[in-house]
Design a protein around this ligand. Structure first.
Ligand SMILES: C[S@@+](CC[C@H](N)C(=O)[O-])C[C@H]1O[C@@H](n2cnc3c(N)ncnc32)[C@H](O)[C@@H]1O
Length: 192
């Protein structure tokens, strides 16, 4: 079922956010540690944006957070000093403008309706500079219950992304948090 911005916003207002792992995923931390600090990074559907907080504290200056739930931004404002307000992009990812080196994926793809997956990849492609990348985590299997979260398989993701991205890697993450261990694909792909 497609969820509205109001729905997601109310979840943050009620602090009913079981998807929030309250830390940067270890696999994503590794990606970040390999980056130049001038890299421009977009975290879409960022929620409490632990990745952006981590990067800000590590000295990255070009980190942008997008979410359409205004209430989600309270957390980053509280937890950081000097995170630029202009880098908090409250709105629909699919309508965003900009040009980034990297889009970091952490439980945003699984939150959108599967019918919007092609839109996701075309929007990501549009928002990336030439040679830009999308990297992060995707669930590795389908869920028994109706989403969100909506899962998928490696084969489905490859079919979807390959026409528009060079897949640099997509393998089961070895260092997922325990509830997600064995069910997360760590991937990196480059805009064609
Ligand atoms: C499952 S939550 C994940 C949040 C965060 N990435 C995390 O791991 O805690 C999905 C997030 O995507 C946001 N979202 C869903 N659809 C969106 C859209 N079209 N544009 C921007 N944000 C969206 C929701 O508001 C929510 O914060």
């Amino acid at each position: 079922m497609e969820r509205t911005a109001e729905y997601w916003n109310s979840r943050y207002q009620e602090n009913n956010i079981p998807w929030d792992i309250c830390q940067v995923s270890p696999a994503i931390k590794k990606i970040i540690e390999g980056l130049d600090k001038n890299t421009s990074v977009l975290v879409p559907g960022a929620g409490h944006a632990h990745e952006a907080i981590y990067m800000h504290r590590a000295g990255f200056k070009n980190v942008f957070v997008c979410d359409w739930a205004e209430a989600s931004f309270r957390y980053i404002r509280e937890k950081t000093e000097g995170f630029p307000e202009s880098h908090l992009l409250c709105g629909d990812f699919f309508l965003l403008e900009g040009a980034y080196d990297l889009i970091l994926e952490q439980t945003f793809f699984c939150a959108i309706d599967p019918s919007k997956r092609t839109d996701y990849l075309l929007t990501a492609k549009r928002l990336l500079k030439d040679g830009g990348m999308v990297a992060g985590l995707l669930f590795a299997s389908h869920f028994p219950k109706q989403g969100p979260p909506f899962g998928g398989t490696k084969e489905e993701y490859l079919d979807l992304f390959k026409p528009h991205f060079d897949i640099l890697s997509m393998e089961l993450a070895q260092n997922s948090i325990s509830p997600r261990l064995g069910n997360e694909l760590l991937f990196k792909m480059k805009k064609k």
